[in-house]
Ligand binder design. Structure first.
Ligand SMILES: [Fe+2]
Length: 297
């Protein structure tokens, strides 16, 4: 087991167990100028590392709101290893912001030194597990913090996989002491695309390891491989779908109230729309807690 307990406990005390919003560059100036009500913000560090002006504004935001750092450039699944220069840049930003959470995807997105736009899937077998464990250990050591690993959105599986995605994540937690970020929309989308039960997936994740939830919108496209079929694409371009809100309530019942992020990355609407989605997440969480209390007694 890891030595990340103390850091994680300190972060957990500071992390609002409420709904935050993904802070995108298009809303940055507005947030600095108007300081809208928001429980916390999650940022993609890659948007700020290459943009000094945005970085200064972010420091200002961090004076007033808890910040979570969600990297899309640390590729824990890439065979060629972690980009140490990027990890060092990320460490500097993390030290400057002192975020409540630091997270990234279970995926690979670099190949031969080039960053790919997509977060690409991995086969779930012992060989991949050893690679990801080594990389995750390096990332946690490099950042001096516990890292939260997010379940990916999936469209195809590997015939060579010898364990399920949930089993793979459980092993990562056991071997590295990492936490999990459960993207509820990704669970629903992947389950629909791959033909498994999203509720059983939630049941299979270790309760004590899940310290953040994500909610985002997806779109449906015709599945060219199956006449009349559809494939759900993780576009983050629309609001959260009805069945995902139901799965979110189920996840809250299992994991307890957790920091929940509204993600919207394309066709980004006015900030008020994101805030309204966060309010809805709060309402679902409050209702779920009330139901649990009523059942208990
Ligand atoms: Fe996500």
């Amino acid at each position: 087991m890891s030595h990340w307990g103390a850091t994680a406990d300190a972060s957990a005390r500071r992390t609002p167990r409420s709904a935050g919003v993904g802070l995108r560059l298009s809303h940055l100036a507005e947030v600095v100028a108007t300081r809208p009500p928001a429980a916390w913000f999650e940022i993609h560090p890659e948007n700020f590392l290459a943009n000094p002006h945005a970085g200064e504004l972010l420091q200002e935001v961090a004076q007033h709101y808890p910040i979570s750092v969600h990297t899309v450039g640390i590729s824990i699944g890439s065979v060629e290893g972690i980009d140490r220069a990027h990890l060092a840049r990320l460490r500097s930003l993390v030290d400057a912001l002192d975020p409540v959470l630091v997270s990234g995807h279970l995926a690979w997105s670099t190949h031969e030194g080039a960053y790919l736009n997509d977060l690409l899937p991995l086969p779930f077998d012992d060989e991949t597990l050893a690679v990801v464990v080594a990389h995750l250990t390096e990332v946690q050591e490099g950042l001096g913090r516990r890292y939260l690993v997010e379940n990916p959105s999936s469209y195809v599986g590997f015939g060579s996989s010898t364990m399920t995605e949930a089993e793979f994540l459980c092993e990562l937690v056991r071997r590295t002491g990492c936490s999990l970020l459960c993207d509820v929309s990704n669970v629903y989308l992947s389950a629909r695309n791959m033909g498994y039960d999203p509720y059983r997936y939630i049941d299979a994740l270790p309760i004590d390891a899940v310290h953040e939830l994500h909610l985002g919108g997806f779109t449906s496209e015709p599945d060219e491989a199956t006449p009349g079929g559809e494939v759900l694409i993780d576009t983050h371009s629309v609001g959260v779908a009805g069945p995902v809100w139901e799965l979110y309530a189920y996840a809250l019942r299992r994991f307890g109230r957790q920091p929940t992020l509204i993600e919207w990355d394309n066709d980004i609407p006015p900030f008020a729309t994101l805030a309204a989605e966060a309010t809805r997440a709060e309402e679902v969480a409050s209702m779920t807690q009330k139901e649990a209390r009523a059942l208990a007694g």
